[in-house]
Design a protein around this ligand. Structure first.
Ligand code: 5AD
Ligand code: ZN
Length: 434
């Protein structure tokens, strides 16, 4: 007897071998998918009727700062440097562990409700983040954000904290949590520090999450400091490989794109954040032409201002179309691949598609809605018309986290109340300081 059968669904497997099933079943046992087919002989403890819905792999959000949900709408309509240095960093200086717990709970709740099953996070108080993720039921690749600012003493401490987190959390929560090293960016961490981080990451068999060439200001700063851009500098210290998740990658030359593609670097494209902070347009179609693994992230909630991967998908494709002046650029199915298969690959997760032996990280999107009618093409509908609140059911690691819009693993109202209180206390403390 299996654990769960999802039946009567329009199954978007995202598996190029199997293709999609207009009416199919997905059978789940012991955290994994055991069958994807037109019909099944299997029986299960739980049978979910997905009639009127699309059954698909949940989304992988490859760049977040989950705790920053507390800063949703806090400092908007500002350029990145001032946003970060004059507003966000002073506020983050007042953050406590319990603030990060409140913010991360809120983020996990929002992600579960909008169909995200896994995310890559870089933030602070990561032990607390780990505990929240563990109890939320989600999957995550977590990293402590190390900001060294060229201070060798600070660098030692930061690396120690990063290492402590990696050693304790890599593989935790039945393997749902992996831990990465998180050097913040090449213009906030020195070359020497980045060399040490890479060495440590290789020694610990851990991956690396870093911001790369998000803004033109970073490009100019790097050229001044090193006589080369961030990608060339990182390449010169053999930093790149399939173990690296590089967020943003907006200001790339053709040569930079070749370097990232040839080194199998995973690139998290975060279009909403890039547009909101007017950072620029990442050359996604050119990267995909080079077979680079481009995945999709929301970035933190202060620069987005939500964690909805549907919004991110639509923005990603629209932005490429207008940037290239080509309406065929980044079609719906391609952007869905970025949000599922490519993200899973970046985080080394056996997910992103519905296939036998893969993680049972499955969502059901309700299509029986006015704004999703009529239904000609499932990927088009998901990317251009659907939104996070259309997600009806979410399953991670074979466990139902949300059933028919009801979140089972978290106390929704308490999380909202706690976040409101934490945010208002935090802002009062920041105001009192400044
Ligand atoms: C982990 C660190 O990254 C910061 N952070 C959040 N968003 C961005 C962004 N778009 N670019 C650079 N840094 C960012 C957080 O505010 C935190 O200080
Ligand atoms: Zn970021």
């Amino acid at each position: 007897m299996a654990d769960i059968i999802i039946k009567n669904g329009n199954v978007l497997t995202m598996d190029p071998e199997l293709g999609d099933l207009k009416n199919g079943v997905v059978v789940i046992d012991d955290g994994s998918i055991v069958e994807v087919a037109e019909s099944t002989e299997a029986t299960a403890d739980t049978v979910i009727d997905a009639r009127g819905g699309v059954v698909m792999p949940g989304f992988v959000n490859t760049h977040t700062h989950a705790g920053m949900t507390l800063f949703r709408g806090y400092a908007d309509d500002l350029p990145l440097a001032s946003w970060l240095q004059d507003h966000i960093w002073p506020a983050e200086a007042e953050l406590t562990a319990s603030d990060v717990v409140a913010g991360t709970n809120l983020a996990c709740l929002e992600m579960i409700k909008s169909g995200t099953v896994a995310f890559a996070d870089m933030y602070f108080f990561m032990e607390e983040v780990g505990k929240v993720v563990e109890s939320s039921g989600l999957r995550a690749a977590l990293s402590y954000g190390m900001i060294e600012l060229g201070d060798a003493e600070k660098g030692k401490n930061e690396l120690k904290k990063g290492k402590g987190f990696v050693n304790e959390w890599n593989g935790k929560a039945d393997g749902r949590i992996s831990a990465m090293y998180g050097p913040h960016a090449p213009n906030t961490c020195s070359k020497d520090f980045l060399i040490k981080v890479k060495e440590q990451a290789v020694a610990d068999n851990a991956k690396i999450h870093i911001h790369v060439l998000e803004t033109e200001a970073e490009l100019n700063q790097m050229k001044e400091q090193y006589g080369m851009c961030s990608v060339n500098m990182l390449d010169s210290i053999d930093f790149f490989g399939p173990d690296v998740l590089a967020a943003h990658c907006v200001w790339l030359s053709d040569g930079d794109m070749d370097i990232l593609a040839n080194n199998n670097v995973n690139i998290s494209h975060n279009p909403v954040s890039n547009m909101k902070l007017a950072s620029g347009v990442a050359p996604v179609t050119k990267l995909l032409d080079r077979d680079a693994n481009v995945c999709l992230g929301t970035d933190g909630c202060a620069s987005n201002n939500n964690l909805d991967m549907f919004d991110e998908m639509k923005t990603a494709t629209l932005l490429q179309k207008v940037d290239t002046m080509d309406p065929t650029a980044l079609p719906a199915r391609k952007v869905l691949e970025m949000a599922t298969i490519n993200g899973a690959k970046a985080l080394d997760i056996k997910g992103g598609m519905l296939r036998k032996g893969y993680n049972a990280d499955v969502i059901i999107v309700d299509m029986n809605r006015s704004h999703l009618t009529p239904l000609f093409d499932v990927p088009s509908q998901l990317v251009y018309s659907a939104g996070g609140s259309d997600v009806r059911t979410s399953i991670v690691n074979g466990k139902v986290l949300m059933d028919d819009h009801k979140v089972l693993c978290m106390d929704e109202q308490k999380i909202i109340d706690d976040a409101k209180e934490a945010a208002s206390d935090l802002v009062s403390r920041v105001d009192a300081k400044n």
